[in-house]
Design a binder for this molecule. Sequence first.
Ligand code: CA
Length: 423
Amino acid sequence: MSKANDPSLRSWVEVAAGSDFPIQNLPFGIFKTQSSSPRVGVAIGDQVLDLAILNKLGYLDDLKIDNSVFTNQYLNDFIALGKQTTNALRERISHLLNVNTSDLRDNKEARVKVLQYISNVQMQMPVKVGDYTDFYSSIDHATNVGTMFRDPNNALLPNWKHLPVGYHGRASSITISGTNFHRPKGQTKPNENEPPVFGPCRLLDFELETAFIIGKSTQLGESITTDNADEHIFGMVLFNDWSARDIQTWEYVPLGPFLAKNFASTVSPWVVTLEALEPFRVPGYKQDPKVLSYLEYSGDKNIDIHLDVFIQPEGGEETLVSHSNYKFMYWTMEQQLAHHTVNGCNMNIGDMLASGTISGPTPDSFGSMLEITWRGTKPVKMKDGSERKFINDNDSVIIRGYCEKNGVRIGFGESRSKALPAL
Ligand code: CA
């Protein structure tokens, strides 16, 4: 386990109790200010460490990283340096920010140049996403949806426990937290015996998900195994897979999701490295029947990540509508990646692979309004007294996530976006 994960580490940078970004986390992101172009930063407490300036000032000299990697609008080139370098950098930053290391701590002139408050910067999409895949790997979610739309006695389709089901989505509409979007319009069929109609989506929903980012490419024809999958996973973000349920219901047969999904997806800005998440690994879901050998894995491959979803009406208070956990996933990231590449499909740095809606076993842990309100039959009470079956115009949906153990909290920050009225 990395030295940077030691729970006893403290930083000379102030980190408030309950902060998502203690010295044990050190997630990477892209930020810009009014006066500077986009660059690579690391979150510490409520501040961001500017790696371009840190490198320029000589604090990273022996790592020999070309500064163009840091003065960049995406993390892709940085990630492409490989884990040996990016992990060494994480260790170096951990050392520099350590309360007992004086180099930067006692150099006020440098400190002012390399640190600024996150509230004063604008976060950007962390990676250029080439390809995006969405899985369907929560057994409680798949069971809920199967129960609602097909057959409660055979909720899971025959393939579900044998392979991590997924589809290829669209990368162009994946946006950074804070990017609002207009309620999509499209074709729906509200009445079974009448022709379809065109208009604004009436059943707008969120999907609570996480996504992992590919950190090491493969060649066409090459497969990743569950054993070496972690070498290919750079880190994770929170992911809201916005969904138009009425469009989805009409369009998805027989090829799966299309326009019900590609109008907006919202990611959190800080990429939490797989290394920072290692202390929070837990045993995977017990898989029965036994999976095919290429999907077998050893060790604890699930992760204990608390996930909360809030709805905030315009000008109103946030209401918690779901408290779920990544550990409820049936298929692990390692299995998803092994399955995705078993046919020789090549992966590129920056590709994003989302989990699928993460629902837990109880109604308060369901990961979409479809499930929480059971197709709108059990509306959710908001703090302002109003009710929600799905998402209203000008509602913001906020996803937050964090791991917590031994007094260390490794957080993801948030994914936040608002559904504006249809154009
Ligand atoms: Ca999804």
